[in-house]
Design a protein around this ligand. Structure first.
Ligand code: NAP
Ligand code: GCO
Length: 265
């Protein structure tokens, strides 16, 4: 039963693993889960990034546990989860955040470039979820949050591999919900809109046409910040969302709800 106090949003006693959480959206979500009481664990692809992340969390007053692991490497991920189980405890909350994008016209994209994006953005979350689900089944509870995208719903020029991967991630989210809901595991997605992070820096510079385009298309008339994602992440990681399953929560300033600002008459 959910008690409608703030306790239903508490993550005290939970172990939360956020992938690719050295900076950007992952860092913000990791910070919010820790601030809600979780023990924070994160991974990134090399020790330099992990150390950078540990220093950033420490500066934010957060004690985090950092590990090197590439989410596309199944052996490395299984070792990661075993090490976390030993060092920290069984993973209660998994946030599949790690991801890349390549902005290349499809007819110019190589199959290798396509495979790299799909491998990280779709196969990685599959590998990560597969590694933590047995522990969640044994505990009788678990939360998996997949970081999807507006491109889980819409296409746009030059991001074919990314959109295909994020569309697949939406369906993987629903399939995990369908397959493991009976084990009290909830799997949901967060679909950020256009957010100010290193990933969008190239298309956000002042004067870049895409920058103005997004501001025009977004009812909130601004780019999102990683702060906008913290509350939704804590909600989906907490007891407050125990009957929410297979849902993609779009945190996009309304962009998916709107045809775009009509021209001044
Ligand atoms: P970001 O700034 O590029 O950060 C991504 C993080 O993931 C980086 O630390 C990156 O490490 C790490 N990573 C990449 N490949 C990895 C792998 N194979 N294994 C482990 N870690 C890996 O991206 P972001 O903007 O914060 O986005 C985070 C997530 O949100 C992504 O899934 C992205 O698709 C999604 N998203 C972003 C936006 C947006 O507007 N920014 C909107 C919707 C969805 P490196 O530094 O080595 O690359
Ligand atoms: C792009 C952007 C988007 C955002 C996000 C939108 O090039 O279109 O990077 O992909 O990152 O995915 O939700």
């Amino acid at each position: 039963m959910v008690d409608f106090s703030m306790d239903s949003f508490s993550l005290e006693g939970k172990v939360a693993l956020v992938t690719g959480a050295t900076y950007g959206i992952g860092f913000a979500i990791g910070s919010s889960l820790a601030q809600a009481g979780a023990t924070l664990v994160f991974n990134d692809i090399n020790q330099e990034l992990v150390d950078k992340g540990l220093a950033a969390y420490e500066e934010a007053g957060i004690k985090a546990h950092g590990y090197v692991a590439n989410v596309t490497d199944e052996d490395a991920v299984n070792e990661l989860v075993a090490k976390i189980n030993e060092d920290v405890g069984v993973v209660d909350i998994l946030v599949n955040n790690a991801g890349i994008i390549k902005r290349i016209p499809m007819h110019e994209m190589s199959a290798a470039e396509w495979r790299q994006v799909v491998d990280i953005d779709l196969t990685g979350p599959f590998i990560m979820a597969k590694a933590v689900i047995p522990g969640m089944i044994e505990k009788g509870a678990g939360k998996i949050i997949n970081i999807c995208s507006l491109m889980s719903e819409l296409g746009r020029q030059t991001v074919s591999a990314y959109a295909a991967a994020k569309g697949g991630l939406k369906m993987l989210t629903r399939n995990i919900a369908a397959e493991y809901g009976e084990h009290n595991i909830q799997c949901n997605g967060i679909g950020p809109g256009y957010i100010e992070t290193p990933q969008t820096a190239p298309i956000r510079v002042d004067g870049h046409p895409f920058n103005e385009f997004i501001i025009q298309k977004t009812p909130a008339a601004r780019w999102g910040t990683t702060e906008d994602l913290k509350g939704p992440a804590v909600f989906l990681a907490s007891q407050a969302s125990d009957f929410v399953n297979g849902h993609i929560l779009y945190v996009d300033g309304g962009i998916l709800a709107s045809i775009g600002k009509q021209p001044e008459s």
